[in-house]
Ligand binder design. Structure first.
Ligand SMILES: C[S@@+](CC[C@H](N)C(=O)[O-])C[C@H]1O[C@@H](n2cnc3c(N)ncnc32)[C@H](O)[C@@H]1O
Length: 480
């Protein structure tokens, strides 16, 4: 990165905002983590091996979930409570040429290390868009709103942690990651590579832009895309750009001041440590959408078996993924009381999910016409056996469909509350019914194969289609 931040340079006017160490929940209550939803890892602390206390191999660390105090088997030695303990890397706020303030590392930071939490006010997307417009109207030049999940955003404009000062780069040394902490999703800045002291920290904003200023990117990377948020939808749709003497901006149309939206007139309640001056101009009605929040790609099934509730299956399985991040895998992890929890595990594309080529994946599935198979069999016993299994499969399918209707309210509620995982009881029911259906399908198809292979086939009516010499050929055609 070719940044021009001088770590030795002391800032003049320091920005005004309220410094917070945890997200602010004025808009809604902080979720209360249910005991049944607490993930308990299987780590055992060994005094001779410090890594044994919730290190890289900890089940919770692997699933981006912090251990809950009082429940972790490693007790006070647990190392997986970094967000809760504000276990941040040492950083310093500095002035960066042309880009306002920025954050530099003050110590060696290891690749993958948690650097700092991005804290701010947790608000709905609707509110985020409203605020973005208000900020724009008031000439606010720096954007501090980032995506939290499908329905909420974090606004660090007026309240936030030092992470709000981390600038954008098209070739960043940091990235954002989402973690589950005591039942809430939280956003952290992590090192993408090892970072030496005095280096500026930066991540790729990948702006979700809702109008206002187009900011010229001054990251200096060879691969620089020119503007902040150049890939965003808003950027494509709108045209105007700021120009106020600062070469980051240029203007096509001047925003009109509307006193009805005068939200910024109230002074921030507290200044950051060395604040001296409240003149910091905050800008652009941009909303930052994190890189990892693109919609989940769903596999497209072509030539599919007409299973009775495939969409519901897909819907339920993708709920969590869409809530927290697209690059996720649903996994079932062990939780307290021998129950299970369906969780979303953020897996950055490059590390987990194979990169999408943008093409739909084709999963070929074949239809087995049971009635036709039964007709082919000469043995009444074999026919009955297959029909019996088909009946069980129908029941299992119906049960899964009706279960979906039953749990739909819970799923919808979970969506409304932007929960990141449905309740354990709901997940358990769904898993049970899905397994039952899969087993019924398996039993049916194994019974079909067994009977086709082992029982006599009815002689074919020669007047109809061409004669069948070998029963096996014909049956395998049926199964094709
Ligand atoms: C989250 S704030 C970062 C802190 C900000 N520099 C400050 O002084 O408060 C994002 C804003 O910083 C500025 N910024 C960040 N990265 C930039 C870059 N690469 N080029 C130009 N401006 C940048 C833009 O004004 C952007 O809206």
């Amino acid at each position: 990165m070719q940044f021009s931040c001088d770590p030795d340079q002391e800032g003049d006017e320091l920005p005004q905002y309220e410094h917070i160490y945890q997200n602010d929940f004025s808009y809604r209550k902080h979720k209360k983590q249910k005991e049944e939803d607490i993930s308990i890892c299987e780590c055992k602390f060994d005094f001779g091996d410090p890594d044994s206390a919730c290190g890289e191999r900890c089940l919770n660390v692997i699933t981006n979930t912090e251990c809950t105090p009082g429940y972790c088997p490693c007790g006070v030695y647990c190392k997986n409570q970094k967000y809760q303990k504000c276990d941040y890397a040492k950083t310093k706020l500095v002035k960066c040429e042309g880009r306002g303030w920025g954050l530099v590392a003050l110590e060696e930071i290891k690749e993958g290390q948690f650097i700092i939490e991005y804290c701010g006010e947790v608000i709905s997307w609707k509110e985020a868009k409203r605020r973005a417009q208000t900020y724009e109207t008031h000439g606010v030049k720096d954007a501090y709103i980032i995506s939290l999940n499908a329905s909420e955003a974090i606004d660090a404009t007026k309240k936030g942690s030092l992470a709000r000062f981390i600038n954008h780069s098209c070739k960043p040394n940091c990235e954002t990651r989402k973690w589950n902490v005591l039942g809430e999703v939280r956003v952290g800045i992590f090192a993408k590579e090892s970072i030496s002291p005095r280096t500026e920290l930066a991540y790729d904003y990948n702006f979700e832009w809702y109008g206002g200023a187009k900011v010229r990117c001054l990251c200096g990377a060879v691969s620089c895309s020119g503007f902040l948020g150049a890939k965003s939808r808003g950027f494509q749709e709108d045209t105007y750009v700021w120009e106020d003497g600062d070469d980051r901006y240029s203007v096509d149309k001047i925003p009109v001041y509307d006193s009805a939206e005068d939200e910024l007139t109230s002074e921030p309640t507290k200044n950051v440590e060395s604040n001296t001056d409240g003149e910091k101009d905050i800008s652009t009605a941009l909303i930052v959408q994190q890189q990892d929040s693109t919609p989940m790609e769903e596999d497209v099934v072509t030539e599919a078996v007409k299973t009775e509730a495939p969409e519901e299956d897909m819907k339920l399985l993708s709920q969590d993924s869409q809530q927290v991040s697209s690059q996720k895998t649903e996994i079932i992890s062990h939780v307290r009381g021998d129950s299970f929890k369906v969780k979303s595990v953020p897996v950055p594309r490059k590390r987990g999910r194979p990169p999408s080529s943008g093409k739909a994946k084709t999963v070929a599935q074949k239809h087995v016409d049971i009635a036709n198979v039964v007709q082919l069999l000469a043995s009444k016993e074999a026919q009955d056996e297959i029909l019996k299994y088909e009946e069980v499969k129908k029941e299992a399918t119906e049960e899964l469909s009706s279960l979906y209707d039953e749990i739909r309210p819970a799923i919808e509620e979970h969506e409304r509350d932007s929960q990141d995982s449905v309740a354990t009881s709901v997940a358990e029911k769904w898993i049970q019914a899905s397994c039952y259906k899969l087993k019924a399908e398996f039993d049916l198809y194994s019974c079909v194969i067994k009977n086709i292979a082992c029982t006599p086939i009815k002689p074919q009516d020669n007047t109809k289609n061409k004669p069948v010499e070998a029963g096996y050929d014909d049956q395998s055609k049926t199964l094709e």
